[in-house]
Write a protein that binds this ligand. Structure first.
Ligand code: GDP
Length: 457
């Protein structure tokens, strides 16, 4: 792991500035070979940490670019290793030539995410923080970025560490008491442990619950557009996207496959799945689309149900309403540039939904839809304030594991099982939570037992 890695750290397009990042033991000597400072006293090897120097990138008499070198010395760096960033001009060709030079002089091209991996392996950040770096980079909206930043600052880590510490204390206590019953009593222990575990379960439960909000924030509100053929689903999608992205046709059943798009409405992301019109069909190709449409209803957080306002509801509409009746939905009565004949009361009597009239063709009603969406998801449903959100599937499944183990502890207490039984499930919960922040089990457990309880003294 001690080899030196390098990468072009900025996007591969022409831009004002492009950065080459180098990390590892040979960083300073490699950078020193290619960077000639304007001020001759400012060679990279002699520079203090967190200082910059202006100069040129040059090797064997050839000048590659002007640059600013930023020197950061271990351990106070992103990777906890020596790091140099070369701020060059952002042209792809220039950057590639300098990067090749750095590699020729002994650096290895970094794997994706390898700088962050080193930060983790060098103990500067834990696993959940490392993961949040990636989430932050891939954030699709404001809320997702804020949530990742929070995780990066270690708030989730703190919560997990607190719980693990309590678990460890109890495990260690049991071990000590079994080993040294004269000094450690287990008389009141099960009751105390029950309270601790109960409280912990409340926290775990809250984190698990936050994961559905977390997913909404990170990936967007999964929204399915449904409606019978020709109701105007593709037109509504186009209206929302503001572009002619989906194909609009007059022939029924032409939206055969599903399309996915992201739409950002004032910081709320809708992940929209436009589906084939639902109707009873004998056409097999179309049938695939219809099945997908029905599946997308099950997965969706929100249904946009498009109704053709110029005709009465038909059997397909009733079939759709039956499928979406338990879902959160907004019904859009489309084509209100023409005369509306559809029976709105019949819809609200059949399903629990909010109704808006729109014309996808003329683009009217879009503002009302935005307002309604914000109302539904910003005020009532999601709490963005000071909560910690679980946005990562890996974390979520580990929390499920921890919950199961904690519940087993409670069960064992109720059944008055021996304390060593409790230890097994406490350890399992400890391990599951530890995996969230990427920590190993055995070493710290052993250290804790010896350090705090002085066994075998
Ligand atoms: P889909 O099958 O549900 O995806 O429906 P499309 O979006 O392909 O639209 C079907 C037809 O209805 C097309 O001819 C559209 O031009 C027309 N249409 C869609 N929205 C409106 C609208 O708001 N007003 C009118 N007058 N026609 C519309």
């Amino acid at each position: 792991m001690k080899d030196t890695i390098a990468a072009i750290a900025t996007g591969m397009g022409n831009s004002g500035i492009g950065i080459i990042r180098i990390s590892g033991d040979d960083t300073l000597s490699i950078a020193d070979k290619i960077f000639i400072p304007k001020n001759k006293n400012k060679s990279i090897a002699s520079m203090d940490s967190y200082t910059a120097a202006y100069g040129v990138i040059s090797y064997e008499g050839e000048i590659y670019d002007e640059a600013i070198a930023l020197v950061m010395r271990a351990p106070g760096t992103y990777t906890a290793e020596d790091v140099v960033e070369l701020d060059c001009h952002g042209g792809i060709t220039v950057l590639k030539r300098i990067f090749d030079l750095v590699v020729r002089l002994g650096a290895r091209p970094a794997e994706p995410g390898e700088f962050t991996k080193r930060a983790f392996l060098n103990g500067r950040i834990d696993m959940s923080q490392a993961e949040s770096v990636m989430d932050l980079i891939h954030a699709k909206n404001d809320m997702a970025a804020k949530s990742s930043l929070k995780q990066l600052s270690g708030e989730l880590t703190k919560l997990i560490k607190d719980m693990r510490e309590k678990l460890l204390y109890n495990i260690a206590y049991i071990e000590s008491a079994l080993d040294d019953p004269e000094n450690y009593s287990l008389d009141e222990f099960p009751q105390q442990l029950e309270t601790t575990v109960d409280n912990m379960l409340i926290t775990v439960e809250k984190l698990i619950k936050s994961s559905s909000d977390g997913r909404l924030i990170k990936e967007g509100i999964r929204t399915a557009i449904v409606g019978r053929p020709n109701a105007g689903k593709s037109s509504v999608l186009n209206m929302l996207l503001g572009e002619e992205r989906a194909i609009v046709t007059d022939i029924e059943g032409t939206t055969r496959d599903t399309l996915e798009e992201y739409i950002n409405i004032d910081g709320i992301t809708l992940n929209i799945v436009d589906t084939a019109g639902i109707r009873t069909t004998s056409d097999t190709v179309e049938k695939i689309g219809v099945d997908k449409a029905i599946a997308s209803i099950d997965d969706a957080d929100l249904i946009l149900y498009i109704v053709d306002g110029t005709t009465t509801l038909d059997e397909n509409d009733f079939k759709i309403m039956d499928k979406i009746k338990d879902k959160k939905s907004i019904t859009l009565i489309n084509k209100n540039d023409l005369e509306t004949v559809v029976d709105k009361v019949l819809i609200t009597n059949t399903i629990n939904t909010k109704i808006l009239e729109i014309s996808a063709k003329e683009g009217t009603g879009k503002e009302n839809l935005h307002t309604l969406l914000k109302e539904m998801f910003f005020n009532n449903e999601l709490n963005y304030n000071d909560e910690i959100y679980i946005t990562n599937q890996r974390h979520k499944s580990l929390l499920y594991e921890a919950r199961e183990s904690l519940n087993k502890v409670l069960e064992s207490i109720k059944l008055c099982m021996g304390e060593d039984f409790l230890t097994i499930d406490l350890m399992a919960a400890y391990a599951s939570l530890g995996k969230i922040i990427g920590e190993e089990l055995e070493d710290d457990l052993v250290n804790k037992i010896f350090a705090e309880f002085c066994m075998g003294k």
